[in-house]
Each structure stands twice: as C-alpha cells, then as structure tokens.
Design a binder for this molecule. Structure first.
Ligand SMILES: Cc1cc2nc3c(=O)[nH]c(=O)nc-3n(C[C@H](O)[C@H](O)[C@H](O)COP(=O)(O)OP(=O)(O)OC[C@H]3O[C@@H](n4cnc5c(N)ncnc54)[C@H](O)[C@@H]3O)c2cc1C
Length: 497
C-alpha cells in the first residue's frame, strides 16, 4: 500500500477545509507539508453543463437527496473540489450575536466570529446585486412583502461577473460564484498545499488515515493512483461537513470517549413553495436568491427558484393539476422556507457497518408549527404580489386561489402539516461535533481541538452547538479560520520545543 507523510492533513475541501488550507498555506514556505484529501472530483469547466440531473449526479452525495432514517426529509451536500461552496447560492449573512451567545462556548466570542466573517466576506467579493440584475421572481417577493408591511432585506451575495445563468446549485458554468473552489483552494495550491481529489478518507487512526482513491469517470483523474493509501500526519483536521465528519469520527471509534459525538444535529429544514402568475415572469434566468424576510419567529422566508425536477418533486400530488402547474414553469414564483430547528440530543448521526452515515432526525411539533405559519405567510406574500394561485403542500386543496386571502386558516389547517405530506429538504446540516467546554456534552473546544486527542481537529459546520439561524457558510469559514489559528499555534509550539 502506498504511504505518504505530511505535517498537516485536511479532510474535505469545502467552506471549512478550503479555509483551513488557505490560512495554513503560508507555512509551506517554511517547509511544512500540507495536503487536502477530497472525496469528490475536480470537474473540468466544460463538465459544468447546467443540466439538472447530470449535475446532481456529478456534484452531490446521493444526487443531492441523502434521506434521513425515517425518510421524512432529504439532505443535500456536495462531493467535489470546493465541497458545498461549489453548489451554494452564495447568500452571505453574519451569524447574529444572540446565537453565538446562546451557544455558550468557552472562549468563543461573537466579536471574533464577526471580525473573521467580515474578512471572508471581503475576500470572497460579497456585495449587493445592482437593481438591473434582479429578476421578477425576486421583485415580486419584495412587492408582496411591502404590501403586507413586512420588512424585506436584500441578500449580500459573493459573485464576481454573474451572468444570471440561474444554475448556482448545479455549479456555476461561468465561475462567477466565489466559493473555496475559486478563492481559497487555488490560492492555497499556489503556495504549495497539495489537493488530492477522488480521495475518500475511510478511517482515522493514531496520526494517520486510510484513504481509498477511485476516479468516477468524469473530472480530472486523481493525482494519486487508484487503490488504498496510508497517510501519516502530525495533525489531522476533519472538515468533511455536517453529516460526514461525525460519521468519519464515529466509524473510527472516537465515540467511545466522546458521548456527544454525532448528537445535537440541526438541519435547518426547508420547504419550497410555488405560485402561478397569469403571465410569464423572469424566474429561471437571473440570480435566484436576492431577498429575504425575517419578520417571523422560528423561520426565515427567502426567494428561490429551483429547476424543473426539484420543483416537480416539491409539489405534493400527481396528475393533471401537478402537470398543468409544471407546464406553466415560465409563470412560476417560488419562496423558500427555512425553519430554525432546536438542537436535540436524539437528533443524531450514527453509522452503519460500512461507516455510511445514518441521519436519525425527527421533524418535531415545533418545526411543523413553524412550517404551518410559514406556509400561510408565504401564501399571503404570493397573493399580495398578484399571483393567480398558490400550491400549498399541506392545503385542503391543491391550490389556494387569488381572492381567498381571508380563508388561509381554513384552507391550510395545521392537521395536514405532517411528515409525508410535505417534501422537506435540508442544505444546511450543522452539529454532530459540537464545540463546548465539557467532553461529556461536546466534542471539541472552542478552537476545534477534539477533547483528549491532541493531533485531531474539526473545522466545519459540524462544530455548531445549535442552529446558526441564518445561512451558514460565512460562520463555517469564521470558525475554520479559528481552527487554522489553533493548528498553527500548536504546530509552532511543538516545533519550538
Ligand atoms: C444547494 C446548496 C445551497 C446552499 N446555499 C447557501 C447559501 O446561499 N449561503 C450559505 O451561507 N450557505 C449555503 N449552503 C450551505 C453551505 O454550502 C454549507 O454550510 C457549507 O459549505 C458547509 O461547509 P463544510 O465545510 O461544513 O462542508 P462542505 O462545504 O459540504 O465540504 C465538505 C467536503 O468534505 C468532503 N468529504 C466528505 N467526506 C469525506 C471523506 N470521508 N474523505 C474526504 N473528503 C470528504 C466532501 O466531498 C466535501 O467536499 C448551501 C448548501 C447547498 C448544498
């Protein structure tokens, strides 16, 4: 079996791993050897076709639909150079002070998180889109909210040279989105960090990992030969994402000493709502997500526009009404509901015998209450924006029609809001390796150092002790920046002694 030696190995190249690689890259000038091991491929530009099903298969784990154990929701996470930053929409929000204070992690101050996320927002080109680039799917949302007197805000986005292709979640063919695949990883590689793609870390042992290299038949071939490899490193930073970092650590046996490992996950459950206008609107062309409304307790409403397959799967029901709505795709307006789910110990990642993650997550009554309120609020916004009719998944009928604004409580009863009746998804898995002071209730300290394992760190969304409440990537980067600082300090201290 080929063997490789590094000083620092980073598992995963997404928002967390890419940031750690960039922050540690200057150490390469002093001869420190650093590698990123990334399960997914590095796609060639011509392979980003924007075709929905093709790209889902090339970019995502399980085509973007990893199911929870009870099959009540699907989780999307990317498996590619840049991780989920290659498919994210680029909305760039800062975590509120109240969230970090409620996390209560010793040594973690909101001011530090804020300072770091502002730095990454600058590095990744975050700005507000000019008015001429905003399509009607977005402006109608603004109009609807304003007519109802609900405050609406514009999303800062991390784009450079957006041409409005609308396929952000299928990988931007124009390279406009400023994820780690565009900003941090190329900069780290230029300084000497090696990125080994198509390299799945199977398990971790004492300062080493077992890696399997396998080329999927698209993308650049891995720089390493196919087959098993052993990699030794003085320090290993796990940044495999909110589902796969806890799974990798559990499969590697760390759960025995760390009872919180895999637990307290939150998913930010999401629901896509669809309305039909009487005329065609600009929807699929242009950036999909430019505005949000945070007027409510327990959920956020955001603009969104999904592709035909994803849209069809999110409508409840079959037959003529479903088909008629899909045939009017050019008239559809969409709103995304994001529910802030509480962290609970019983919502957890476990692993099967092969080390694959099993996501045990129950949609709680509080989450279903939030979906219920959100469906009524979104329906009100659509109708205030002039929609002809709205498809409400848990409605009494397939459509709520214009003019029925006063009947929403009757037409959208709480009793229909239940698993199986809603097509719920998640793109924001968080927790499972939560930070904290106590090894009995957390996995790492406030700098991502795994309790009791001096060579091991975590640097991704799994660090969150509870939901971030807002779209999370800037917070992941800020926390990963702290982990890189801890690794650098620890490495320097050991070398100095
Ligand atoms: C469709 C979509 C849209 C989104 N839009 C937004 C948005 O607009 N704004 C926002 O703030 N957030 C958004 N997010 C969320 C954001 O992308 C994530 O929160 C963030 O990328 C998480 O960073 P991470 O490092 O934890 O994981 P990831 O970025 O997912 O990276 C994990 C990496 O680890 C690799 N990996 C996993 N297991 C292994 C292993 N065993 N060996 C080697 N490599 C491994 C994976 O292939 C992946 O590349 C979106 C996510 C999705 C899926």
């Amino acid at each position: 079996m080929p063997e490789h030696e590094y000083d620092i190995v980073i598992v995963g190249s997404g928002a967390g791993g890419g940031t750690v690689a960039r922050e540690l890259a200057p150490l390469c000038r002093e001869g420190v050897r650093i590698a990123v091991l990334e399960w997914g491929p590095r796609l060639r530009p011509e392979e980003l076709t924007g075709r929905e099903l093709e790209m889902a298969g090339r970019l995502y784990f399980d085509g973007g639909g990893t199911m929870t154990r009870d099959r009540s929701l699907t989780v999307a996470a990317a498996r590619t150079y840049g991780g989920s930053t290659a498919v994210y929409t680029g909305t760039s929000l800062h975590v509120p002070r109240r969230v970090v204070e409620a996390w209560g992690v010793p040594g973690l101050e909101w001011e530090d998180v804020q300072r770091r996320s502002e730095r990454y927002a600058g590095e990744n080109g975050v700005h507000l889109l000019p008015e001429e680039l905003i399509n009607e799917n977005n402006t109608l949302f603004v109009e609807g909210c304003r007519r109802l007197g609900w405050p609406v805000r514009q999303f800062p986005l991390n784009l450079r040279g957006c041409r409005g292709g609308g396929v952000c979640n299928l990988g931007c063919p124009n390279g406009a989105k400023q994820g780690t695949h565009v900003v941090q990883l190329p900069a780290a590689e230029a300084e000497g960090v090696e990125v080994i793609t198509n390299a799945r870390v199977e398990s971790l042992g004492d300062r080493q990992c077992r890696v399997v290299v396998s080329n999927p038949g698209f993308g650049e071939p891995s720089p390493w030969e196919e087959g098993e490899h052993r990699v030794r490193a003085k320090r290993i930073v796990v940044a495999a994402g909110g589902v796969r970092s806890p799974a990798l650590l559990l499969h590697s046996g760390f759960g025995e000493e760390l009872p919180a490992l895999g637990r307290w996950i939150t998913l930010h459950p999401a629901l896509i709502l669809v309305a039909e206008h009487a005329r065609p609107i600009t929807n699929i062309v242009g950036h999909p997500k430019s505005f949000y409304c945070e007027a409510f307790r327990g959920f956020l409403l955001e603009t969104c526009m999904y592709f035909p397959f994803t849209t069809a799967k999110n409508l409840i029901g079959f037959g003529p009404e479903h088909s008629a709505l899909m045939h009017r795709f050019d008239r559809l307006q969409q709103i995304l509901v994001l529910v802030m789910d509480p962290a609970r110990g019983e919502n957890r990642i476990t692993v099967d015998a092969d080390g694959n993650p099993v996501i045990a997550y129950t949609l709680s009554p509080e989450v279903l209450d939030s979906f219920h309120s959100a469906m009524k609020a979104a329906t009100a916004i659509f109708l205030a924006a002039g929609a002809r009719r709205v498809h409400v998944p848990a409605g009494e009928r397939f459509f709520v029609e214009a003019g029925e604004e006063g009947l929403l409580d009757e037409l959208i009863p709480r009793r229909h809001v239940r698993p199986g009746r809603l097509s719920v998804s998640s793109a924001h898995p968080m927790g499972g390796c939560r930070m904290g002071g106590d090894p009995a209730s957390s996995v790492t300290d406030g700098w991502g150092r795994v309790h009791g394992v001096p060579w091991l760190y975590v640097a991704d969304a799994s660090l969150f002790p509870a939901c971030s409440e807002v779209n999370p990537y800037l917070t992941v980067m800020a926390l990963a920046g702290r982990v890189a600082e801890a690794v650098r300090n620890d490495h320097g201290e050991v070398n100095a002694t």
